[in-house]
Design a protein around this ligand. Structure first.
Ligand SMILES: Nc1nc2c(c(=O)[nH]1)N[C@H]1C(S)=C(S)[C@@H](COP(=O)(O)O)O[C@H]1N2
Ligand SMILES: [Mo]
Length: 200
């Protein structure tokens, strides 16, 4: 009888919040270091490494198909925000304009300000991943990565690089900033891949 009053959170939400996370209604800002301030006009995006080098401008990105995305956002520091609404360009659409060497298996994301984060090509080249320039219908604020950031919804949010300005294609795994500083290499929230055991 009592059990009826002590149920776990409704399955609607329970199913969507990974273990060890709590929900937040706000949208906390998590940045290591200073917030770069740059306009869309100044923003540039490069690919290099095991891909034919190429530079993209803001206009190049605006000319690609634009989509709206609704995605949950999970920070390894244990907050999650559900149903974040973004507008931007699918990674898979962007990649149609990049000539990747078949030897490439890994990607390093580079950012204005020097932040880096890495992921396997198969985690990067997913239909669900996107470059975002709009958040809840407004231009993406600088503190959330504006003018442009990456969003990788299926991994912890440190993989979602703010102020992204380049991709380096690699033939092996290399570690980005947090990965070198004790975070897990892959960071899958449902498996609680938070930190690498060597350091924590
Ligand atoms: N360039 C850059 N990107 C970054 C970070 C950062 O410090 N610098 N922090 C990461 C972390 S740990 C998280 S949780 C999210 C936070 O995004 P938000 O500040 O928009 O909430 O951005 C990720 N992308
Ligand atoms: Mo984070």
């Amino acid at each position: 009888m009592l059990g009826k009053f002590f149920k776990k959170p409704g399955p609607e939400l329970g199913d969507r919040v990974p273990p060890g996370q709590h929900l937040t209604n706000g949208f906390p800002v998590l940045t290591y270091g200073d917030t770069p301030q740059l306009s869309a006009d100044e923003w540039e995006f490069k690919v290099w490494g095991l891909a034919t080098p190429k530079t993209f401008t803001w206009e190049d990105f605006m000319a690609m198909p634009q989509h709206e995305f609704t995605a949950d956002f999970h920070c390894v520091t244990r907050w999650s925000k559900l149903d974040v609404k973004w507008t931007g360009v699918k990674v898979t659409d962007f990649l149609q304009q990049v000539e990747i060497d078949p030897k490439a298996v890994h990607v390093m994301e580079h950012c204005y300000g020097g932040y880096t984060t890495n992921l396997p090509l198969e985690d990067f080249a997913r239909e669900q991943n996107f470059f975002a320039h709009t958040l809840f219908g407004e231009p993406l604020p600088a503190e959330h990565g504006g003018p442009m950031r990456l969003v990788v919804p299926h991994l912890y949010a440190w993989k979602s690089a703010k102020w992204i300005n380049g991709l380096e294609f690699l033939d092996k795994e290399e570690s980005g900033f947090w990965e070198r500083n004790g975070y897990h290499k892959r960071g899958e929230p449902w498996a609680e891949e938070r930190y690498s055991n060597a350091l924590f």
